[in-house]
Ligand binder design. Sequence first.
Ligand code: GAR
Length: 209
Amino acid sequence: MEKKRLGVLVSGRGSNLQALIDASKKDDYPAKVVVVVSNNPEAYAIERAKKENIPVYIVKREDYKSKKEYEEKIREILIEYKVDLVVLAGYMKIIGKTLLDAFPWKIINIHPSLLPSFPGLEAQKKAWEYGVKISGCTVHFVDEGIDSGPIIGQRAVPVYDDDTPETLADRILQEEHKLIVESVKKILTEEYEIVGRRVVFKKKGAENI
Ligand code: GAR
């Protein structure tokens, strides 16, 4: 099986990147990480990529006059590595038109809440402060909004009375690692349509019923 090629954008710790790298070592996993781009030169994700001999590029927003030029650089890298899918794994910048147009419905993001609740930054803390009893994580296609694109998959976790934002974030993160791996596999191996804002997976053989 020829593995599909993932380009992963990161800004920090890179534990979701690591989950994808680990999954891709299994022969039957349908994808491999071929390039990593970080906007943050201090990101620990960079060390993780280097350790696996995955090419890693640091592209800093401050080094470009406009968001367009910044994203053109990232686009150039992703095209050079012939990526089939772009994964935002803790990438803390909003994707603009340049990348959206270059990879239509080929960019996915992992977010640490059950969207559409708590989009944006510090989602785990917002959920904890709000007092929800269930939270979780979401993988979705990226559109022009903030954490607003069609949902591919979600996983839920309980929120306990003695949780802190940190213990809740840790519990969600464990599920993120599973969700990112299963979501990438699902969209690369199953047929689906985006209907309105719903991602509808077609059951194999359903057309014959
Ligand atoms: C993860 O919790 C991810 O869901 C979140 O940042 C963390 C990155 O962790 N992303 C966002 O909040 C995006 N809006 P990681 O670097 O260890 O994968």
